[in-house]
Design a binder for this molecule. Sequence first.
Ligand code: SF4
Length: 111
Amino acid sequence: MLITHDLAVLSEISDKIGIMYGGQMVEFGSSQEIYKNPKHPYTQGLLESIPTLKGGTPKYIKGIPPSLLEAPTECRFIDRCPLVVDKCKQVPPKFKTKTGYVRCWLYEDEK
Ligand code: SF4
């Protein structure tokens, strides 16, 4: 097991990747799935923030992570998420879907 913020390194040496945010795993899957089709908005933001040799300006994720002493009771990414829907403000998302593991209400139909 390797714990890192360096996603470029992970892509080279990992078969499976778990993405952590606010003390919770928010997405888990094969390295190929995570890099080719990231589902959780945090995972998408992380991958978009990696500089590439193709050029262009990497994006960044606005805001700061929540304090774990006062973590939101709903989704822990809610204050930084660009894709919030009404349900996000009501109850925390579950982690398991029919097809994999992502902690996000955008994939509710897969649960
Ligand atoms: S559950 Fe809602 S707030 Fe949380 S990551 Fe998904 S869309 Fe964003």
